[in-house]
Write a protein that binds this ligand. Structure first.
Ligand code: DAH
Length: 389
């Protein structure tokens, strides 16, 4: 029989020397497995006499227990070391600077555009855009704005340089001669149709996109037009560039009731006030007949504006049934089709909803302002998911 003390030293040494779980398992099999060395010793007990067998058996059992315990202890130690090593490599360096948060914000104008498009989109309107540089014909004439209309005066409209020369020339020559070159000559014919040069301007409203759409597509028409508009005006409540939404619906049986229902639904959805009072006030626009302006109910107690409560009114948009002359000029048969249109100031409704007191701050490009009033890029407005908060 092998000297047990040697075997013990050897096996315990092997256990201690096992560098990982696999090596330790190999030692276990070598010592305690079916063909292991301790097991082999056990098998020799049968050839001993009773006393020697008892003594050797006890010694072998003690060795077996000791080796098994050593293996368990080594196993625990290896696992512990393994964990330590993993913790060391996976540790978080708390001295690292925090991951930069997105700094950018969506401008309230962009957010409002998205909100309004989401509401009218639900109602079946399609978003359409048009050019910022328009012809005098699309911006005025086709919308039944006659030459002497105040909106045509130079102080309201930004004419393109070339056009301004034409206008100045026209002012001189036009005295007493209505057929002289210049603005008036362009008012009757569509650009390109007459012999005149086309007068270009920065559109003063989004309404010319009504004209472009009616010329380009057959009714039924149901469009929403967000866009930039320009007027030569700058004070507390006016900026030379601002934004509007235009709406146009043309169909065979569209009437004023549809106009009212559509705009009342819009006000409720946009201001998120179920019983917001809405008032249609008779008004005048050359391109609609009848025309109305829409006011929403509000209160201004203690200098704080509240939508939907109190007995004050705020004008938010202009609207009406499209004038038959406009339909005709845009190639739509007024005997067969009719429809409604509306126009709304984007800054205005954004200021009302988000409590932004000064119009001019919209265009200051002040990052602190944008951080305060702006929206997170993932706040995409939708009627079901929520509009801006
Ligand atoms: N274009 C008008 C403006 O800028 C607004 C407007 C009023 C548009 C009535 C419309 C309308 O389509 O029907 O003041």
């Amino acid at each position: 029989m092998t000297d047990l003390a040697d075997l013990k030293t050897e096996l315990l040494g092997a256990v201690e020397g096992a560098a990982d779980g696999a090596a330790l398992d190999a030692v276990r099999v070598e010592a305690l497995g079916k063909k292991g060395r301790i097991t082999a010793q056990m098998k020799t007990l049968g050839g001993l006499d009773a006393d020697a067998r008892r003594e050797a058996g006890q010694a072998l059992n003690a060795l077996k227990d000791e080796v098994a315990a050593a293996i368990e202890a080594r196993k625990a130690a290896l696992e512990e070391a393994d964990l330590e090593a993993r913790l060391a490599t996976e540790s978080v360096d708390v001295t690292l600077p925090v991951r930069p948060q997105p700094e950018g914000r969506i401008h309230p104008i962009s957010q409002t555009m998205e909100e309004v498009a989401a509401i009218f989109g639900e109602m079946g309107f399609t978003v359409v855009e048009g050019p910022d540089i328009e012809t005098d014909w699309h911006n005025f004439t086709a919308l039944n704005i006659p030459p002497e209309h105040p909106a045509r005066q130079m102080h309201d409209t930004f004419y393109m340089a070339d056009s301004a020369d034409q206008l100045e020339g026209a002012a001189g020559k036009a005295d007493g001669d209505d057929n002289a070159g210049g603005a008036h000559l362009h008012t009757g014919a569509m650009p390109g149709e007459g012999p005149e040069r086309v007068i270009k301007l920065l559109r003063t409203h989004t309404s010319p996109v009504q004209v472009r759409t009616m010329l380009a597509q057959e009714p039924p028409i149901r469009i929403l037009v967000p866009g930039r508009t320009y007027r030569c005006d700058s004070d507390m409540t006016h900026t030379p560039m601002f934004h509007q939404f235009e709406g146009l619906v043309i169909d065979e049986a569209t009437h004023m009731g549809h106009l009212k229902g559509c705009l009342i639904d819009f006000c409720k959805a946009y201001f998120e006030v179920e019983d917001v009072p809405v008032r249609f006030r008779p008004s005048h626009f050359p391109f609609t007949e009848p025309s109305a302006e829409v006011d929403i109910g509000c209160s201004r107690e203690g200098g704080e504006l509240k939508i939907g409560a109190g007995d004050d009114w705020l004008e938010i948009l202009g609207c009406g049934m499209v004038h038959p002359k406009v339909l005709e000029m845009c190639g739509v048969d007024p005997e067969r089709y009719q429809g409604f249109a509306f126009g709304m100031g984007c800054e205005r409704i954004a200021m009302l909803k988000y409590g932004i007191p000064d119009l001019r701050t919209f265009f200051d490009a002040d990052v602190r302002w944008l951080k305060h009033y702006g929206f997170l890029p993932l706040d995409v407005p939708s009627v079901t998911g929520g509009l801006g908060q």
